[in-house]
Design a protein around this ligand. Sequence first.
Ligand SMILES: [Zn+2]
Length: 258
Amino acid sequence: MIVVFIFIFGLFVGSFLNVVIYRLHRQETFVKGFSKCLFCGHRLYSKDLVPLFSYLFLKGKCRYCKQRFSHQYPLVELFTAVSFSLIFIKIFPQLAFYNFAILDIVTLIFWWAMTAFLIIIFVYDLKYYLVLDIVVLPAVVIAFIVNLFLGFSFLNLLLAAVVGGGFFLLQFVVSKGRWIGGGDIRVGLLMGALLGWPQLLTALFAAYMLGAVISVGLLAADKKNWSDKVPFGTFLSVATFLVLLYGNQLVHWYWSLF
Ligand SMILES: [Zn+2]
């Protein structure tokens, strides 16, 4: 039952993340004004803004001008809800809060927050081929500090962050910025500070596997050319999330293939 509440909570957080992404792009402040339709400017009321359900009920169109909204909105809401639920199930497998340890609650909120950052990085890089400092740098600092509190050693996190950032810095320098963007260096820092050593390596490996599989798929389907830009931050954020939750299982599964 509690998972249902967390799912609904995740839908609302996802709805908020859509607003954050939109306003980051427009560089508006977060408090200003009502929600408005992007097309007709009509004010949107709470009945138009119920996450997921408004989209489904209105068949993805504005109630007032009938223009079609982007699939991004329900997908981000749904994905946030699913990932928030998975994190809860991972940390509280008994699906209840009884006998909880305070560290579990901290981990839950911390991982939710980090997932929110990763979702913003994912969508923003996919849409605009850009990783914003204002998103990724606060996440690095929060990850580093909270992970110290959760029992990682300072040296472990430092090593992972330096290797994560350095790995992309090296490629950036060698390729003069052609292979990857500067934003990927910062995402590398975040991966290190969030996952620690050696899970950083698992995540880098997973990101490249994911990137290779999806790129080959898109090339085969004629959707992309070899010269097209790759939103690598998108792969990095997916890999980071998967390793955060299922790092050990992924390592075991991978070795079991041989
Ligand atoms: Zn409209």
